[in-house]
Design a protein around this ligand. Structure first.
Ligand code: ADP
Ligand code: NA
Length: 343
């Protein structure tokens, strides 16, 4: 029986926001508890993916470090998991090339994210004929790198949001193509579909909380100070309906705050139960309660993050430890793959 191997990646875009935490990272931590000890948990900070769009070198270096510290701060255990920078394991890029040689251009060009980038580029004011030269090959081919990330560690399970399901399907296609050409060597990964909980923007609660939104007040970073949390929650957009009730369709702002409250409620109440408990509260009182729960819930993460950020040599050690473990895991696959291909 093949051991379970879970792989997931996060872009080095700095300290995660509450949406990243609730929608993805919290599951990474829970898997430490929910999976058997024999399951390998492999989490990568995917810096090679980050450079598909322009990056300032100093900023990228700093953001990688911030994400590493944040992953440790939320409770990932570097002994239980393999936590590493993607670029520390050259096998990711190497396998990407090998997969690219059996991957279909047609399939890649039909992928939704590429098509939306393509139409965005061709609808911009610059002349159409320059579109091809402004779109980068890396952006087109990054699903192949994503496939390599998963396959190089022989991952059996990949937690994905529904926005990433097409990319996992493509990774499975890469396995089929490779195995068809060279024999049955790569493993088809399965998805772990986690209960998709979406946190919405605080200033525009009909769209999801995202780092790409201009307004800083639209999102809470998991390391925000208590003052910042209070002030962002206090100015969160709600509505003029009196009282508190849970109805995401007609009261997106209030409902989003109830969702956030529920994540951090020490009594474990769901949004509807919290709405009942605060039914007659004023928006001000309700928001204060949300902020209280949130800053209590995030306090430990923030404290650990600040400690870790001040401890460069510890982070260096963790980084090297993770890189070594990930290199070993990748080498097993590369030996098999290279032998199969004749390299
Ligand atoms: P962003 O929208 O800030 O650019 P990413 O696209 O980098 O975030 O998402 C990283 C991970 O966090 C993904 O797994 C994604 O599904 C999850 N995620 C991002 N924003 C949210 C959100 N508002 N609510 C829940 N999950 C989210
Ligand atoms: Na995004």
């Amino acid at each position: 029986l093949r051991p379970r191997v879970v792989f997931s990646g996060i872009q080095p875009t700095g300290v995660p926001h509450l949406g990243n935490y609730v929608g993805a990272l919290r599951q990474w931590v829970n898997l430490q508890r929910d999976e058997q000890p024999s399951t390998k948990l492999i989490y990568s900070i995917v810096d090679l993916h980050a450079i598909t769009v322009p990056q300032k070198p100093e900023t990228l270096r700093q953001r990688k470090r911030e994400v590493l510290a944040a992953l440790l701060a939320i409770g990932l255990d570097p002994e239980r998991c393999t936590i590493f920078y993607q670029s520390s394991v050259p096998a990711h890029s190497e396998l990407m090339w090998i997969l690219a040689c059996t991957a279909s251009v047609g399939y890649l060009s039909r992928m939704t994210q590429w098509k939306s980038k393509l139409s965005l580029a061709s609808s911009s004011t610059l002349e159409n004929k320059s579109v091809g030269s402004r779109l980068k090959l890396g952006l087109f081919s990054y699903p192949v790198l994503q496939a390599a990330d998963i396959l190089v560690h022989r991952a059996t399970h990949v937690p994905v949001g529904h926005d990433q399901q097409q990319h996992l399907e493509f990774a499975r296609e890469c396995v089929t193509n490779f195995n068809h050409a060279y024999g049955n060597h790569l493993v088809h990964p399965e998805t772990i579909v986690s209960p998709a909980q979406r946190i919405m923007s605080l200033t525009e609660p009909t769209s999801k909380m995202s780092k790409s939104h201009e307004a800083q007040r639209s999102r809470i970073l998991i390391t925000d100070s208590p003052q910042d949390i209070r002030s962002k929650i206090a100015t969160a957009l709600t509505d003029s309906t009196p009282g508190i009730s849970y109805d995401p369709a007609t009261r997106p702002g209030i409902s989003n705050l109830l969702e956030i409250f529920s994540v951090f409620d020490t009594e474990g109440r769901n949004p509807a139960q919290l709405a009942q408990a605060y039914a007659d509260a004023s928006p001000k009182i309700f928001k204060e309660a949300v902020a209280d729960a949130l800053l209590t819930g995030l306090q430990g993460i923030r404290d650990r993050y600040l400690d870790l950020s001040a401890n460069d040599s510890y982070l260096d050690k963790i980084e090297q430890h993770g890189a070594r473990k990930a290199q070993e895991s990748a080498k097993e696959t590369m030996d098999i793959v290279k032998t199969a291909v004749g390299l």
